[in-house]
Design a protein around this ligand. Structure first.
Ligand code: ADP
Ligand code: MG
Length: 557
């Protein structure tokens, strides 16, 4: 029988740092857990080693009801990762990726659906005296601190059972609420009492000052839903169709839209948005001048460019605000979006509106842009794509909106009737398009999506904004529904997986490839990547990243 981990570490005291690698493998700990050194650390300045702690089911002791569905396992694992993070907080060498306000599938913690055993994965900066192994400190860290933290954070008996249950039930209610939306003809729901504003632009926790106005639904849009745990919940249902949010500046329009944006994810208890949900096929759009576009049919919005380029098969290395937003819209629909969110604060005005006076001054044949106001009805009617637009600055949408919601001092009211009356007085504006023609499917060419640098995949995230993917630097600043820096790594891994598994094989359309990838995102291959912290993205974030790879080549399908 081989020596235990503690003895091995003691024996390595003072050895060359690289010898840590000789410990890669599984080690039984006295308390019944298994510690696995998944990946060693080459030198003290290299990325931390990767360690997994396996807590067997009989030790973990979680009742089956807490882990019998995938949703409950995700919630439980998220709760456990947060506790583990707190348990090792004092130890600078240990890093648990616990996540923020969203409850995502992530690699740091998982609960096994067969028996309820728990695996925690974390980074550990292995201790050294310079380039020599500090065996004594490593022994303390790996055979005492870590098992002790696991014992406190990953066992049911050591936890506040009520808090665990509340966390799991909150997530399950959120999923139930989201799943109920299509049957209710809704694209989103905001519960009465929800707290939408955040503490600051860089702090996603709920605002807590006394001026916070809890959400209160207008009677016309009030919907009642039965949830498995919370019971009867009322709130505002956002219906399918074209929804317009109006109101004065600073009255809470963007805050409401942002809550819907992040309603694709589940939130932790007391976030304030636990019962704010949107359909999982919801995509936020914005203008993004400078982005690249590869062979998108944008002619519904852009035509007769002065340089004569073909906008039905449009490519550019440097899109304008309006063409970037038009391309992003078409790409979102191509990827399967059913709900589009647009905020005037980040939209290209000339793609949104062109009023009667401007129509009179600039003839249509001198204006390449056809504003969204003329195809937005068709998007819903002919393509089943709903919209929620924040638009406080132009009344042209009043005529075509199915619903107009006014935010007034953070309180919404339904002003649809009044908007109709106002819109019944003609402005003289003429529609410039009959319908949205749909998107032309594209086939990504996998050779242009190479993740490898010198024979090895290179996938790195720089915050929430940049993904290094092979030789490519993908700018994700405009992909606003990424909710966690680790999701950027998840996007890179998903993209690499889609190519490696042949989902994007140069024959299949992007949409078909995403269908195949989607299955792997939560249940399959992606979560088996074990040596890296990442969180699972949606197909839409993966598609958005792909569309922003500078060297990407597409074929028209
Ligand atoms: P708008 O888009 O209408 O200009 P914002 O949504 O940007 O307005 O909100 C303006 C400010 O009001 C922000 O600082 C936001 O945090 C705050 N705010 C939004 N909703 C609420 C609310 N329900 N209670 C208190 N403050 C809020
Ligand atoms: Mg705003």
């Amino acid at each position: 029988t081989r020596r235990g981990l503690a003895e091995e570490l003691a024996a390595l005291e003072g050895a060359q740092y690289g010898r840590y690698k000789s410990l890669v493998g599984r080690w039984a700990l006295p308390d019944g857990c298994t510690l696995e050194l998944v990946r060693g650390q080459a030198d003290p300045y290299a990325p931390p080693a990767r360690i997994a702690v396996h807590m067997p089911a009989e030790l973990a002791g979680f009742p089956r009801e807490l882990w019998e569905t995938a949703t409950r396992r995700r919630a439980l694992a998220s709760y456990l990762a947060r506790g583990a993070d707190r348990a090792v907080r004092g130890e600078k060498a240990l890093r648990v990726d616990a996540g923020g306000q969203e409850v995502l599938d992530r690699s740091s913690c998982s609960v096994d659906g067969r028996d309820g055993s728990v695996t925690l994965r974390l980074g550990a900066a292995l201790p050294g005296h310079g380039r020599r192994i500090d065996g004594r400190e490593a022994q303390r860290l790996l055979t005492r601190v870590l098992p002790d933290a696991a014992g406190r954070a990953l066992r049911y008996g050591a936890l506040d059972a009520e808090a665990v249950r509340r966390f799991v039930h909150t997530v399950e209610d959120s999923v139930a609420l989201r799943d109920a939306l299509p049957g209710l003809g809704l694209v989103g729901f905001v519960a009465d009492g929800a707290v939408l504003p955040r503490r600051s632009g860089v702090d996603d926790r709920p605002a807590r000052d006394s001026g916070v106005v809890p959400f209160a639904s207008p009677p016309e849009l009030r919907v009642t839903v039965e949830l498995p745990h919370a019971g009867t919940v009322t709130g505002m249902g956002v219906p399918e169709g074209v929804n317009l949010v109006v109101g004065g500046g600073f009255h809470g329009k963007s805050t409401l839209l942002r809550a819907l944006e992040t309603g694709i994810w589940d939130h932790v208890p007391d976030d304030g948005r636990e019962r704010v949900v949107s359909r999982s096929e919801t995509v936020k759009l914005r203008a993004e001048d400078g982005r690249r576009v590869e062979r998108v049919d944008v002619h519904a919005f852009v035509d007769h460019l002065p340089d004569g380029s073909d906008t039905a098969d449009f490519s550019t290395e440097n899109a304008s605000g309006s063409t970037s937003q038009a391309a992003s819209l078409c790409e979102a629909v191509e990827a399967g979006a059913k709900v589009l969110l647009i905020d005037e604060d980040t939209a290209a005005t000339n793609l949104m509106i062109r009023d009667a006076r401007m129509q009179a001054l600039v003839a249509k044949d001198r204006e390449p842009l056809t504003p969204l106001v003329d195809s937005i009805r068709s998007l819903h009617r002919d393509h089943g794509v709903s919209t929620v637009l924040v638009m406080g600055g132009s009344g042209d949408y009043l005529e075509i909106a199915d619903r107009v919601l006014m935010m007034d001092a953070y309180r919404p009211s339904d002003v649809t009737k009044r908007a109709r009356e106002i819109a019944s007085v003609p402005t003289g504006r003429r529609a410039e398009a009959e319908s949205f023609p749909g998107v032309v499917p594209r086939v990504p060419l996998p050779a242009s999506l190479d993740a490898e640098v010198r024979g090895r995949p290179r996938i790195r995230a720089r915050g929430e904004d940049v993904l290094s993917f092979g030789d490519h630097e993908v700018d994700l600043r405009a992909v606003e529904q990424i909710s966690d820096p680790r999701q950027v790594t998840g996007i890179g891994l998903a993209l690499e997986l889609a190519v490696r598994r042949g989902h994007l094989d140069g024959e299949r359309t992007l949409a078909a490839g995403l269908d195949l990838l989607e299955e792997e995102l939560t249940t399959g291959a992606l979560l088996s990547v074990r040596d890296e912290d990442f969180a699972v993205p949606r197909r839409f974030e993966v598609a958005s990243a792909l569309n922003r790879v500078r060297g990407l080549r597409m074929r028209r399908g």
